[in-house]
Design a protein around this ligand. Structure first.
Ligand code: RIB
Ligand code: CA
Length: 314
């Protein structure tokens, strides 16, 4: 077995975050060393408790969870996403409480400790607002330099926004943090709406892992509210599991087709706030260029997710 990729997930569970965490736990290519939580879909206390409970659902309460930022860096996030993820963030599903406690270290300290002590390069997958990662850059720049790759769920090159006409939710939730992270020159893959929206997990796929056993059945139950929202909001017969696609790229580098682009985040307070302005005029040679995901084999990505989630009950 080739060396497993050391992985950290920075997350705001969140229905699709929960699926992404379960996908990582089902994937032998990665070693989930730490989960850091951030405000976003719901409040920090809830995202943190949700992360603990999702890990426990899969029998992995050994994975440490460290809580991070409870608010964006400068301007407050205008609203949470309880209407999409449910008031408690997991689609109305009450998972059993974890026997584990949250790590006593703040997320940026836990992340810096891991990065400075890991002999192998570490992949960090932020799938919520980028507040924790921006704070890491500011407080522990030497640790940030030890990140092998950031695989960020966020933004949009040519698909507009989902929380406003211009902005995708994670970037919109903390544009100043996103600007700092995407301008950091850390190797970054930006997994945005251009590739997540076409990657639709249908109810047939959900039924496959739901039938596999209790973990899959619980994952399907968590998803149900998301399925209903996707049908009502996007008119699609299935669910867009944004964060799980980002984790698929983290687990299997090269899954997504990417182009190196200069990316600017709109940090103004106008209608464009949180937009990722992706310069499509040329392939960038700048050290701060971002590998923007542009193509996906949606069928293969969905099969990867479904088969891996089903394996949790094997
Ligand atoms: O726009 C999708 C992103 O916003 C996902 O990370 C989802 O969990 C929400 O946080
Ligand atoms: Ca998320």
């Amino acid at each position: 077995m080739p060396d497993r990729i050391p992985l950290v997930i920075d997350t705001d569970p969140g229905i699709d975050d929960a699926l992404a965490i379960l996908l990582a736990l089902a994937s032998p290519e990665v070693d989930l060393r730490l989960v850091t939580t951030v405000h976003g879909n719901v409040e920090l206390e809830q995202t943190t408790d949700n992360a603990l409970r999702v890990l426990h659902l899969a029998g992995r309460s050994d994975v440490p969870v460290a809580a991070g930022a409870r608010a964006s860096l400068i301007h407050p996030q205008p609203e949470r996403a309880g209407h999409v993820h449910g008031a408690a963030g997991l689609g109305g599903v009450q998972l059993p409480p974890s026997p584990a406690s949250v790590d006593p270290r703040p997320a940026v300290v836990a992340l810096a400790d891991l990065l400075m002590s890991s002999p192998e390069p570490v992949t960090v997958a932020p799938i919520g607002p980028l507040t924790n990662i921006a704070l890491l850059l500011a407080v522990y720049p030497e640790a940030a330099e030890r990140i092998d790759r950031l695989v960020v769920m966020g933004g949009s090159a040519a698909r507009g926004g989902n929380v406003t006409a211009a902005a995708e939710f994670n970037i919109w939730s903390d544009p100043e943090a996103a600007a700092a992270v995407l301008g950091s020159a850390i190797p970054t893959v930006l997994v945005g709406l251009d590739v997540t929206l076409p990657t639709v997990l249908t109810e047939e796929g959900i039924a496959r892992f739901a039938a596999a056993g209790p973990i899959g059945a619980t994952a399907a139950a968590i998803l149900q509210q998301y399925v209903d929202h996707a049908r009502n909001a996007y008119g699609v017969p299935g669910v867009v599991v944004h964060d799980a696609l980002a984790l698929t790229e983290a687990i299997a580098p090269g899954t997504l087709g990417t182009v190196r682009r200069d990316v600017v985040v709109d940090t103004t307070l106008g209608a464009g706030r949180g937009q990722t302005l992706v310069d499509q005029r040329s392939v960038s040679t700048s050290p701060t260029a971002v590998d923007v995901a542009t193509t996906v084999d949606a069928g293969a990505a969905v099969e990867f997710l479904v088969s891996r989630l089903a394996s949790l009950d094997a």
